[in-house]
Design a protein around this ligand. Structure first.
Ligand code: CP
Ligand code: NVA
Length: 308
């Protein structure tokens, strides 16, 4: 069974919960083993994932590769610029060819319409490794990290600070599916995607939009931020100035619950969206979060191939 994972809604809340549980179990079962050792059941033995990159990546690239190895399969990397896709071969034809050669496709690209087109023409699962619109695999790792750090998802209070970007959109989607509250502290002009906000509210999540970073952070269980200028964005001094009050520093973290966890998908721009003291501090879970990209994506891969 081929299932696409372009956004969390493709899976739904029950499947996302199953992904988190399976990731917890698989992570525990291989604790202390060499990172490249195959899980005992090798559920993806013989399977190959093609990874297409139209943007830079460290975590997504390495974690998908390691996820496939641990599941008993393998992955190959296609830097779009050195493929025929980069010379104008159509997405549709690329999808048709890759579907004959590999078992699943992961793509990191800019325009979300491109991944939708790829998924439309591919016969194998297509997984979103980040688009300008969303980053659902990051959210699976984030939710896993939140649960591991002792927070229950239903009723969770999450604060997002800074740019209402792709990472924010997927967390908003999660708020709807997993029934939690997300307070978005974003400057005017940099709000998250309204369609994601509406969809999350319709699904039963609480989404609060505020211009006050203090209001967003107050009483939060989880405080999340990301770069102010995403890959492919223009940025500039005006945006940095608008974002400055939304920096996650000690004062903002002091407004969150004492048990609050700090998350950042990384890469971080220390001294911009977050201070060293916060990201290196005792409430930061960013290294667990990065590692959890492997464990979360194993669940995504199993779900996409109909094995979860
Ligand atoms: N968080 C994340 O997706 O990191 P990379 O850009 O390094 O893949
Ligand atoms: N919002 C960032 C996330 C990087 C993992 C970007 O799109 O560049």
């Amino acid at each position: 069974m081929a299932r696409d994972f372009l956004n969390l809604t493709d899976a739904g809340g029950d499947a996302v919960a199953a992904m988190i549980n399976d990731a917890i179990d698989r992570k525990a079962a291989r604790l202390g083993q060499p990172k490249g050792r195959v899980d005992a059941d090798a559920p993806l033995a013989g399977h190959v994932l093609a990874m297409i990159f139209e943007k830079n990546s460290t975590r997504t690239r390495v974690s998908f590769d390691m996820a496939m190895r641990q599941l008993g399969g393998s992955a190959l990397i296609m830097e779009a610029g050195s493929t025929q896709l980069g010379r104008g071969e159509t997405i549709a034809d690329t999808a048709r060819v890759l579907s004959r050669m590999v078992d699943a496709i992961m793509i990191r690209t800019d325009d979300h319409a491109k991944i939708e087109e790829l998924a439309h023409y591919a016969d194998v699962p297509v997984i979103n490794g980040l688009t300008d619109l969303s980053h659902p695999c990051q959210t699976v790792a984030d939710l896993l990290t939140v649960v591991e750090h002792g927070h229950a998802l239903p009723g969770l209070q999450m604060a997002w600070l800074g740019d209402g970007n792709n990472v924010a959109n997927s967390l908003i989607e999660a708020a709807g599916l997993m029934k939690f509250t997300i307070r978005l502290g974003c400057p005017e002009g940099y709000d998250a995607d309204p369609a994601f906000i509406e969809r999350a509210r319709a699904a039963g999540g609480e989404v609060v939009v505020t211009r006050s970073p203090q209001e967003a952070a107050a009483g939060a269980d989880v405080v999340v931020t990301d770069t102010w200028i995403s890959m492919g964005q223009a940025g500039g001094e005006q945006k940095v100035a608008a974002m400055a009050p939304y920096q996650v520093d000690g004062a903002l973290m002091a407004l969150a619950k004492p048990s609050a966890t700090f998350l950042h998908c990384l890469p971080a721009h220390r001294g911009e969206e977050v201070t060293d003291l916060v990201i290196d501090g005792p409430r930061s879970a960013v290294w667990d979060e990065a590692e959890n990209r492997i464990h979360g994506q194993k669940s995504v891969l199993l779900w996409a191939l109909g094995l979860l």
